[in-house]
Ligand binder design. Sequence first.
Ligand SMILES: [Zn+2]
Length: 230
Amino acid sequence: MGTEEGRYRLSADSAEGFLPSDEEIEKWMDSAFGMAKDALENGEVPVGCLMVYNDEVVGKGRNEVNETKNATRHAEMVALDQLLDWCGGCSLDVSSVCERTALYVTVEPCIMCAAALRLLNIPVVVYGCRNERFGGCGSVLDVSSADLPQTGSAFKCVSGHRADEAVEMLKTFYKQENPNGDQKLFFCLSFIVSFPMSPYLIFPHLNIFCLFGIFCSSSLRSFFQLYLVS
Ligand SMILES: [Zn+2]
């Protein structure tokens, strides 16, 4: 790890002069993964993010999309809001802080977040796994290094740290939350439960047990919906 002066001396002009050491990446990504786990435990897409300035965490966040019902509350946006608050509290200029802040995140930033980081001149982003669906650092678009006039500065990416772990967390989330999978399971179970009752439901005049059939069918449907599918 270099001296503070050494690490930051070129940051305003060159991202190459602002690369975190392996020890820093290990340390801060560990915290970011902690945030991602918290997201997973709270029903959010497991992404955690940290913003570090002068060896101090000035912003951290995890996805809050479901909790806030706001599709833009990605981990990076939550962390950025904290950075803005921190700058306000310390009476520091946001631009000069951002130019010397490294962002650590467990999944490649999406196009929206990558554009925001670029506009704020964040010099370096360290991330875990690629974001094949929405990634803005090369996977879908290359917002990080493309030649885009008047849209902030290109930033350096360091990728792949604990990528397998980040992917596994995403898989765990999507297995739990796949609504199509839930619906298929629900309809399959409902059909199995309803089938023996179907004569009573189709020909209710057969006998008074039709009411019992309807009751059992609806109760069991509710049971499967509440306890097995939800
Ligand atoms: Zn995003």
